[in-house]
Write a protein that binds this ligand. Structure first.
Ligand code: ADP
Ligand code: MG
Length: 275
């Protein structure tokens, strides 16, 4: 069974149904100043509801990865608080980390492991029992069309296959919050569409998703809520439509251009003050 066969797709993630709507991620006045003096985050506050497909959109260097690293114990904020499903993600990040599946921007596979081992070891870190791990590995390999690659070492895979393994690994322990840091940067159109399909299915099944991207089209297609981040600050937030109307334009792209002061680049030619 493959994901592409719509009716028979196996579930990629089975989030435990819960009453009401929890807050998946809450950032309160988070700041991060690196030892180099760079202020990567300035008083960032953000709330992602359970079940949301949340897009964090901003140019390179805006602070997207830094916010993710601060939320997953990979970097320490210099101010503020972050909670994941109510657990402190900074000082007590173990519980928070358990709830999160992270597909980092830079592919960080162990090149000496096979595809199946990569998933299996990850499940082991999260305390999954052997039988459960085996079933989950089989299920994910099937869903991501990786079954015939299960015994191949990750270093021998194509770029697209590596991306799939990273995503499957992030889902291995059935996280309630899946964080995807620029999953499609530099990947070809085909793989991008395929990844979109995977993550949409995961979201439909109840998993909350935080996606960072600098592709407006991607955020527009996938996300029910979007925040613009620029220079370490959240500068606008809402649905794609709300953001457009906030900036008095008709598309997310034009809202973004208005935000960065480049309205003249609009493809819709709606800006009366365009040259
Ligand atoms: P994005 O993911 O939106 O492209 P980043 O969070 O990677 O942005 O970077 C935000 C800013 O912080 C940039 O100016 C970047 O150069 C800087 N930065 C990121 N990581 C580090 C680091 N480990 N040390 C010093 N500066 C960093
Ligand atoms: Mg980044």
């Amino acid at each position: 069974m493959q994901l592409s066969s719509e009716t028979s797709s196996p579930p990629l993630n089975i989030a435990t149904p819960r009453a009401g709507h929890d807050i998946a991620l809450k950032a309160i006045n988070v700041s991060k100043r690196y030892p180099t003096g760079v202020e990567a985050l300035k008083n960032v506050s953000l709330e992602i509801g359970e079940g949301d497909f949340f897009g964090l959109l901003g140019p390179n260097g805006a602070g997207k990865s830094t916010l993710i690293h601060c939320s997953t114990g990979l970097a320490r904020p210099t101010g503020g608080e972050i909670e994941i499903f109510g657990s402190d993600a900074v000082d007590h990040y173990e519980a928070a980390r358990e709830a999160v599946g992270l597909a980092p921007q830079d592919i960080n596979l162990d090149w000496f492991l096979t595809v199946a081992e990569t998933l299996d070891f990850h499940g082991g870190y999260f305390g999954m029992r052997k039988k459960e791990r085996k079933e989950r590995v089989d299920e994910l390999l099937e869903a991501f069309s990786l079954t015939d690659k299960r015994h191949e070492r990750t270093r021998t895979l194509s770029g697209g296959m590596k991306r799939r393994v990273v995503l499957a690994r992030a889902l291995m322990h059935r996280p309630r919050l899946l964080i995807l840091d620029e999953p499609t940067a530099g990947v070809d159109v085909e793989l991008r569409l395929e990844l979109w399909q995977y993550v949409q299915q995961v979201n439909t099944e109840g998993t909350t998703i935080l996606l960072t991207t600098h592709y407006l089209e991607e955020a527009e297609q996938l996300c029910n809520k979007i925040a613009f981040i620029n220079g370490g600050e959240i500068v606008a937030e809402g649905t794609s439509g709300q953001l457009a109307s906030k900036f008095g334009v008709s598309s997310l792209e034009d809202a973004y251009l208005a935000l960065v002061g480049r309205k003249e680049l609009s493809r819709a030619h709606v800006g009366e003050d365009s040259p």
